[in-house]
Design a protein around this ligand. Structure first.
Ligand code: 5GP
Length: 119
């Protein structure tokens, strides 16, 4: 899948659409999900143009990947998610239910999160 420069997270990164920011550095932006699926629902995105976890893992450079997961740990800790636990999810592609084609990690917490998948 080629990267769509007009996806909603690309627009957020360019500052064309506002977001409720929780973290930012040269490599990573994190903000609250507009339609939270848990009491706390944070989205973490790399600033580079990667469509999904496969693209990021295959084509991201080692500093981007290191900074991404370092930021994820910091964000989880700073937002009180580590004490009782939380879920991190990266939906990927059609069967994974990915809606926005810019790689993002969901952090869901603030309460007990239900089963991993519902059938
Ligand atoms: P996906 O289904 O791609 O894994 O998740 C996309 C997430 O982005 C959804 O949870 C959705 O609520 C969130 N989202 C979609 N548009 C916006 C937006 O404009 N701002 C924010 N903050 N979140 C968005």
């Amino acid at each position: 899948m080629s990267y769509d420069q007009n996806n909603i997270f690309a627009k957020i990164l360019r500052g064309e659409i506002p977001c409720d920011k929780v973290f930012e550095n040269d490599y990573v932006l994190a903000f609250r999900d507009i339609d939270p699926k848990a009491k706390m629902h944070i989205l973490i995105i790399p600033k580079g143009a990667y469509t999904d976890i496969v693209d990021f893992g295959a084509n991201g450079n080692s500093q981007e990947i290191h900074e991404f997961y370092k930021a994820a740990a910091q964000i989880a800790q700073e937002n009180g998610l580590t004490e009782n636990g939380f879920r991190s999810i990266a939906n990927t592609g059609k069967w994974g239910g990915q809606e926005v084609p810019h790689y993002h990690l969901h952090l869901l917490g603030g309460e007990a999160i239900g089963p991993l998948v519902s059938k």
